[in-house]
Design a protein around this ligand. Structure first.
Ligand SMILES: C[S@@+](CC[C@H](N)C(=O)[O-])C[C@H]1O[C@@H](n2cnc3c(N)ncnc32)[C@H](O)[C@@H]1O
Length: 196
């Protein structure tokens, strides 16, 4: 997912590498909130359904979350991913066949972000979390208005520092802002906004 390459296909599976610092910044801010079930002891069932990684680079979310004490199940559609299960199209995994998770977290393929969020919400318990990294303007557009009226968005963590998604060019940042969007199954209050 990178706005720099919007409109062109950089690679078939939309593989980009989320910088670890971006995830660390989010987790540091998110763990200060006591409103959600974010705790490896009591809510340990965590899935990254598009976990990434390749021969050169580790999977970003599982790597950082494991440093925080979580054990993360990882899936990816690419056979050369470092996920526990490769060749898995997340959207084709029936939610009734899947186990239920406490948290599903990822940077999903950009063009399938809504489908990923909706499908992930079917796979978490009530009170469970679905967390997606997306461009901040995911909140906009007429096309997505029905989605925002329907999905249980609980919080938006805006990253004031722009990330880049190419580890070979760490100083090259993306052309837009990003945020971690936190959905909580069954959440009925207005979402909270945080700027990190
Ligand atoms: C934007 S990259 C993010 C990778 C990793 N989550 C990260 O943050 O560094 C999206 C990942 O989704 C995988 N992917 C694309 N379509 C998928 C699908 N339908 N099911 C599972 N994984 C998919 C790609 O192979 C790629 O690794």
């Amino acid at each position: 997912m990178s706005s720099l390459n919007r409109g062109t296909v950089r690679n078939a599976d939309d593989y980009y590498i989320t910088p670890h610092w971006l995830i660390e910044d989010f987790l540091a801010a998110f763990s200060e909130s006591n409103c959600f079930r974010f705790d490896p002891e009591n809510y340990p069932r965590v899935l990254d359904p598009s976990a990434g990684g390749c021969e050169k680079y580790p999977m970003s979310y599982p790597t950082v979350l494991e440093q925080e004490g979580f054990r993360v199940e990882s899936w990816d559609i690419r056979e050369d991913s470092r996920a526990n299960l490769t060749g898995v199209n997340f959207l084709n995994v029936p939610s009734y066949e899947s186990r239920k998770y406490d948290m599903i977290i990822t940077n999903p393929p950009f063009f399938q972000a809504q489908a990923f969020a909706e499908h992930a919400l079917e796979m978490v318990e009530d009170g469970g979390l679905v967390i997606m990294l997306q461009r901040l303007n995911w909140l906009g557009s007429q096309k997505r208005k029905p989605m925002w009226q329907k999905l249980p968005l609980a919080a938006v963590y805006v990253h004031s520092k722009r990330p880049g998604f190419d580890p070979q060019k760490p100083s090259k940042t993306d052309s837009t802002e990003y945020a971690h969007f936190v959905f909580c199954k069954g959440y009925e209050l207005a979402p909270e906004l945080f700027v990190i």
